[in-house]
Design a protein around this ligand. Structure first.
Ligand SMILES: NC(=O)c1ccc[n+]([C@@H]2O[C@H](COP(=O)([O-])OP(=O)(O)OC[C@H]3O[C@@H](n4cnc5c(N)ncnc54)[C@H](O)[C@@H]3O)[C@@H](O)[C@H]2O)c1
Length: 310
């Protein structure tokens, strides 16, 4: 087993990825661009571990797990890693820059995983000296709880590297999806953004409020999505009816490619929210989301076990 794993970028996702790997028994060396970002990440990872301890999800004391974490600002610390995961800003030029810098310090066979959500892996492979070892390893937030993972081959990736990740992913508690042909957005984000686009269309054209659109999702798709995918759901509820409705509805769905104006088009979006919150309310929602994620995982695990018995 790979003992030590590098994680570059310890923001929202990098922190929960590091937490997941630490809990799975790995030593993790996290790289942040500034020391203060590293300190915030350490604080976040500590909170995530304490939360897991409270929920009795840890097999060893939180401080022992945290003892396997090292945080540094020096990319050269990646030199001895067999696997490095990048989870830095979603900017193609920034990712290209990091990949070039990484390749100067890691071995030729070090697997590099990118957590990009929307950039094609083949795009990231351009300009790389050893593009065959770049694999898309797309995590879901919260990465230390979610079963979600997509493992993606770019045009130049070698399958043997992806296969190594697929077997490690199971030990990280994931049910990985293997995407053998690179496509921007992969599977989950293509599905999710199709829904987001329609949500903006309905909102901006006055068909329903934000609250009502959110409520419709929670109570309709939210009821089955944790257990069934679209195809199983259609099987169980009548394929013929969906074929009829799809014929009517597909031509009616929004397919615009411009950014919805609700995103405050052209402005700095950092800190934008769709609802308004006090700082305390925001923390409360984030905590509830963590708790909910853990509970829904327990519930779906039970039904996944039952499905295996069929
Ligand atoms: N947020 C999500 O739910 C989510 C889900 C799946 C994938 N992703 C992807 O994960 C990546 C990170 O997203 P995030 O939400 O964690 O962003 P974030 O802004 O919270 O974190 C990015 C971190 O990377 C650090 N960073 C930037 N350049 C660096 C460098 N050269 N070296 C070291 N550290 C550097 C920043 O300081 C920051 O802490 C993105 O590619 C994003 O698309 C995010």
């Amino acid at each position: 087993m790979v003992k030590e794993i590098g994680v570059v970028g310890l923001g929202l996702m990098g922190s929960s990825i590091a937490c997941c790997l630490l809990c799975a028994g790995h030593h993790v060396v996290g790289i942040e661009s500034k020391e203060e970002n590293g300190t915030s990440a350490l604080h976040r990872i500590k909170i995530l571990l304490e939360d897991l301890a409270l929920k009795e999800k840890l097999t060893e004391p939180a401080h022992q797990i945290l003892g396997r974490l090292e945080i540094s600002t020096l990319l050269s610390r990646m030199a001895t890693m067999e696997l490095v995961l990048e989870s830095i800003d979603e900017e193609i030029s920034v990712k290209h820059q990091l990949l070039a810098a990484l390749e100067t310090c890691v071995a030729e066979t070090t697997i590099i995983g990118s957590n990009t959500s929307s950039i094609a892996i083949s795009e990231l492979q351009q300009h790389m000296q050893h593009p065959e070892r770049l694999i898309g390893i797309h995590w879901g937030e919260p990465a230390h709880i979610s079963r979600f993972m997509e493992v993606i081959l770019g045009k130049k990736s070698q399958a043997v590297y992806a296969e190594k990740i697929l077997s490690m992913a199971v030990k990280w508690g994931k049910e990985p999806v293997y995407i053998k042909k690179d496509i921007q957005g992969f599977v989950a984000n293509r599905l999710m953004y199709a829904m987001f686009r329609e949500a903006f269309y309905l909102l901006e054209n006055g068909y329903a409020s934000m609250e009502d659109i959110d409520r419709a999702c929670q109570n309709d798709m939210g009821l089955w999505m944790g257990f069934l995918g679209p195809f199983r759901y259609m099987d169980l509820t009548g394929v013929a009816a969906y074929a009829k409705a799809a014929e009517e509805l597909f031509p009616q769905l929004n397919n615009q490619s411009v950014l919805p104006s609700t995103f405050q088009n052209g402005q700095d979006l950092h800190g934008q929210h769709f609802y308004s919150y006090t700082k305390k309310e925001k923390i409360h929602w984030e905590k509830m989301f963590l708790d909910y994620s853990s509970e829904i995982m327990e519930l779906t695990s039970r039904y996944k076990e039952r499905a295996k018995e069929i």
